[in-house]
Design a protein around this ligand. Structure first.
Ligand code: MEV
Length: 308
């Protein structure tokens, strides 16, 4: 039997523009995880059990474009195995689905790792990330690759599509409060809607994405200097551009505002948007007060995470 787990993630800066080649900053969130366990079975065939999503099925009965089936099926050819042994892949996750915390990429990474280990040929991180990226394409056609990257390597990343992975130094640790709107939203839809806007007026949106790229670059420098107040202001500026891209929502805007009113240094939506999560940058001692304010404003669950 083999078990592997992978963390959730949040995007600190640069979501959506990252799909168009601009950089983005993301960090793992270790308080939530997806875990996959692969064991021998005596009933024959390959079985997939994922009680969180009410799934119990033989692999061959899942549609080939089912992201879970795709992640599992990608491992055998990658290892040169044409007749995989009977086994059960059991998946559990504490990462909320469709909430911007990288649940789909974390499940893929955990499954690919556990299965390749079970088959006696553990895959290196680079291959795990590349296979998880292929499964991500089934969730939304044009992923940037940031989710599978930050989750595979489980460390802060400065990511730009097609460029070698870069991590960044932290001048000082900082604290983020994550607030879940409880509204599930598919990244596919917000990415797709923005793509339509972009196709109709590319010069306008390319300029917006450039401004995001600039914010991301300045945020990286602020993080490296340990200049947390500047980082907060950059978060606010990034949120305004995400509003312009129409990927925020009334609920996200309201919670971002509630976080700022409670003393956050800055706040923004995080991930695909429309629902899912927002983040607030806070002074460590102020985290409980901001978390409380977000709960009073309607957030179901908050996670306080320390970066660095
Ligand atoms: C999703 O976590 C982040 C997006 O930028 C999409 C992507 O990068 O693939 C919205």
């Amino acid at each position: 039997m083999t078990t592997s787990s992978a963390p959730g993630k949040i995007i600190l800066f640069g979501e959506h523009a990252v799909v168009y080649g601009r950089p983005a900053l993301a960090v793992p969130v270790t308080q939530v995880r997806a875990t996959a366990t692969v064991s021998k079975n005596s009933r024959g065939g390959i079985w997939v059990e994922a009680p969180n999503v009410n799934l119990s099925s033989e692999l061959s009965r899942l549609a080939p474009d089912h992201p879970l089936a795709a992640a599992i099926n990608s491992v055998f050819p990658a290892l040169g195995i044409s007749r995989p042994p009977a086994c059960t892949v059991y998946i559990q996750s504490t990462i909320p689905v469709a909430a911007g915390l990288g649940s789909s990429a974390a499940v893929s990474v955990a499954v690919i790792r556990a299965l390749s280990e079970f088959l006696g040929q553990p895959l290196p991180d680079e291959r795990v990330s590349a296979l998880a990226y292929e499964a991500e394409k089934l969730h939304h056609g044009t992923p940037s690759g940031i989710d599978n990257t930050v989750i595979t390597y489980a460390r802060p990343v400065y990511f730009a599509k097609g460029r070698p992975l870069q991590t960044f130094r932290l001048g000082a640790p900082f604290t983020i409060v994550i607030g879940d709107t409880g509204i599930s939203a598919l990244t596919k839809e917000s990415v797709g809607d923005l793509k339509k806007l972009w196709a109709a007026d590319q010069p306008r949106w390319e300029k917006v994405f450039d401004r995001v790229g600039e914010i991301v670059w300045r945020a990286r420098q602020a993080i490296e200097r340990g200049d947390i107040p500047s980082l907060g202001k950059l978060m606010d500026a990034n949120h305004a551009l995400l509003q312009e891209m129409t990927v925020s929502s009334r609920e996200l805007d309201r919670l971002v505002e509630a976080g700022r009113r409670a003393g956050a240094l800055g706040a923004k939506m995080s991930g695909g948007g429309r629902g899912g999560n927002m983040i607030a940058l806070v002074e460590k001692e102020n985290a409980p007060a901001v978390a409380e304010a977000l709960k009073s404003a309607g957030v179901g669950r908050t996670i306080v995470t320390q970066v660095g």
